[in-house]
Design a binder for this molecule. Structure first.
Ligand code: TXA
Ligand code: MG
Length: 339
């Protein structure tokens, strides 16, 4: 049992690397969200990650490396498509599913023969991997099922007393988790949309397909391609409903819903610049890139403010829209009203 979680900065990066090398847990910033890191070579350390998050043990972790060249330490038989994606988008907010090398702990991959690999572009993340001297296995640093953390404060809220340290690197630039592409089943399949958009991926891998569960819940008896797809994700305590469409229709609908609401304090996540009476308003941003950056922090803030019912304004109007829509739909447990 860890009594106190240390709050570190880039100045303590050597100490943080040492904690990881000794089998401890350190949360760290990346350009997407904060990760909860441990040595990817250490089975016991991987087990500690699952315990700290309350994460089901069949949901594998992403292995983080400091440079593209180090990907071959974790993966083998990398396809031509995968090589092109690596050259085009790494370092950055992209994770590839590749064939696993046996040095990567089975605890990290939940026994699969594939491994998720990511090379973040964030300077602190890369400095930490270098200081640790080993690839770092890391899921998002939230309690399982909660929105991913995008600040050190959010990490502390979930993880204080459960992990050894958090490195404070301010807010995350992208704000939603990395784009995940499976390259191990012939061709490329987008499993999770993120800051590297489908359109960007298609410029390099023209035959890439989207997994059908990106915007749909899994059927009760369905086995997901990615284990993480079957768990409820990104959900705040508040009940979220997405109101999707053009500005005026969305605003009219939300005003009506607020006036009829009987489920506690109301909040609205804004994409348009409306004013709602009788609701806590948080600005998501007017582009999907801004909305992505603010989304998880806003969902957490609604909970802190005791909001029980959240209406989220949304319109998929640019490239990051698919990533935002995927996270919003999950936060809303697919409760979406199109107007
Ligand atoms: O941006 C991110 O990706 C962040 C930062 C910290 O890197 N990490 C993150 O990790 O979002 P996590 O664990 O919250 O999500 C990883 C997802 C899970 O849905 C998991 O099921 C999937 O990746 N995954 C991991 N290994 C896989 C594999 N071998 N095959 C299919 N899916 C895999
Ligand atoms: Mg996660």
């Amino acid at each position: 049992m860890i009594v106190e979680t240390k709050l570190l900065t880039m100045e303590n990066i050597t100490d943080a690397g040492e904690i990881i090398r000794r089998g401890g847990l350190v949360a760290f910033p990346t350009e997407t969200v904060y990760g909860l890191g441990a040595s990817a070579y250490d089975d016991d350390a991987a087990r500690k990650i699952y315990a700290a998050k309350g994460r089901p043990s069949d949901n594998p972790l992403i292995v983080h490396v400091a440079s593209k060249e180090e990907i071959s330490a974790a993966a083998r038989d990398i396809s031509q498509d995968a090589k092109r994606l690596i050259d085009a988008f790494m370092p950055g907010p992209l994770t590839l599913i590749l064939h696993k090398k046996s040095v990567i702990s089975d605890g990290v991959t939940a026994g699969l023969d594939t491994v998720a690999v990511r090379c973040p572009s964030h300077g602190t993340a890369r400095a930490l991997i270098r200081a640790a001297g080993v690839p770092i296995a890391a899921p998002s640093a939230n309690i399982s099922g909660k929105p991913s953390p995008t600040t050190a404060r959010d990490v502390m809220e979930d993880m204080n007393g459960r992990i050894d340290a958090v490195i404070d690197g301010g807010c995350c630039e992208v704000g939603v988790e990395s784009t995940i592409v499976d390259t191990t089943r012939g061709g490329c399949v987008l499993l999770r949309p993120g800051g590297i958009t489908f359109e960007m991926l298609r410029t390099v891998a023209p035959d890439i397909r989207k997994d059908k569960n990106i915007l749909l819940p899994l059927a009760a008896d369905e086995k997901p391609v990615s284990p993480g797809m079957k768990y409820r994700h990104y959900a705040p305590d508040a009940e979220v409903t997405v109101i999707e469409g053009g500005r005026e229709a969305v605003q009219r609908k939300i005003k009506e819903l607020i006036s009829r609401n009987q489920n506690g304090k109301c909040g609205v996540l804004l994409m348009y610049d409306a004013v709602y009476d009788d609701a806590v308003m948080i600005n998501g941003g007017s582009t999907n890139a801004e909305y992505a950056r603010n989304l998880f922090a806003a969902l957490r803030e609604f909970d802190r403010l005791g909001v029980q019912t959240v209406f989220a304004e949304f319109d998929e109007n640019d490239g990051c829209g698919l990533a935002v829509r995927n996270r919003l739909y999950k936060a809303a447990a697919y409760k979406v009203i199109r107007v």
